[in-house]
Design a protein. Structure first.
Length: 271
């Protein structure tokens, strides 16, 4: 069954090239936003330092829009996959209704934030200089260990919580720990962990192979003598932006593959 999920996820991730392109463009737009900001900073390099720091607010806020769209599209994939069948006829969702995607993206962001805020808070509290001084570093070490273990556990649990939220289309279901525990027990904790590790390995292999092919292709273009046909600076910028666009599409493809797999391993609890 696990191998069938991997196989389905690979096929599913390349089923709709148009949606995949839009999915990747949301990531690429964050690159464009920050590149534009950096170029503006270079142009106004003599500006007041405090003004430069304050100006960070603008690209940071603008970046949230494509990030929420990216997460919102993942929500749609989870929603379809948690109700879908392995090797079935599930369609890749269209990249439309941006308002709904933004809202769902915010939901996923908040769930992830809450889950990972807990170990971060524990780490921050236990590493304060006061506690470190009175305990001789024991509390600091214990806090770091507890935070790490808790972060790993919550990392795995968070994906089931997101699937549970998407399956019921209910934000509260991401924190229904009783139901989430039942889902994990139904899947099998060891089976789920091994499945996810395998999913990550395949995702990394896919990304690495595509990254390698892209880099080799760019090196061949760079050494082919095409730079003699035009000035090197425009060509360098064109290749730079093209490479980042391709990288964005590769990351989107890998994330689509992983999200599909996470949705398919989810088994709803019978009420």
């Amino acid at each position: 069954m696990i191998l069938d999920i991997y196989n389905d996820s690979i096929k599913y991730s390349i089923k709709n090239s148009k949606s995949l392109l839009y999915f990747g463009l949301t990531l690429f737009s964050t690159f464009i936003i920050w590149m534009a900001y950096i170029l503006i900073l270079i142009h106004y390099q003599d500006a007041n330092l405090n003004l430069k720091f304050a100006s960070l607010i603008v690209p940071s806020l603008l970046t949230l829009i494509p990030i929420f769209l990216f997460l919102g599209y993942e929500y749609r994939i989870l929603e379809i996959s948690t109700h879908g069948m392995i090797n079935g006829t599930d369609k890749v969702p269209e990249f439309n209704n941006l308002k709904e995607m933004l809202i769902n993206g915010v939901k996923i962001f908040l769930v992830k934030f809450v889950y990972f805020a807990v170990p971060i808070i524990i780490l921050a509290v236990t590493t304060t200089p006061f506690l470190d001084n009175i305990s001789g570093g024991i509390i600091q070490t214990a806090g770091a260990t507890i935070s790490l273990i808790l972060a790993i556990i919550l990392y795995f649990v968070s994906f089931i919580s997101l699937s549970n939220m998407a399956a019921h289309d209910n934000f509260k279901k991401a924190f229904d720990f009783k139901e989430i525990k039942e889902v994990i027990m139904t899947i099998g904790p060891a089976r789920y962990v091994l499945f996810y590790i395998g999913l990550l390995i395949i995702e990394c292999v896919i990304a690495f192979v595509l990254f390698a092919i892209t880099m080799i292709a760019m090196m061949i273009i760079g050494t082919s003598g095409i730079n003699t046909l035009t000035s090197p600076e425009p060509l360098w910028w064109a290749m730079f932006f093209l490479t980042n666009l391709i990288f964005s599409l590769i990351i989107a493809l890998a994330e689509l593959f992983k999200t599909r797999g996470i949705g398919l391993i989810y088994e709803p609890v019978e009420e």
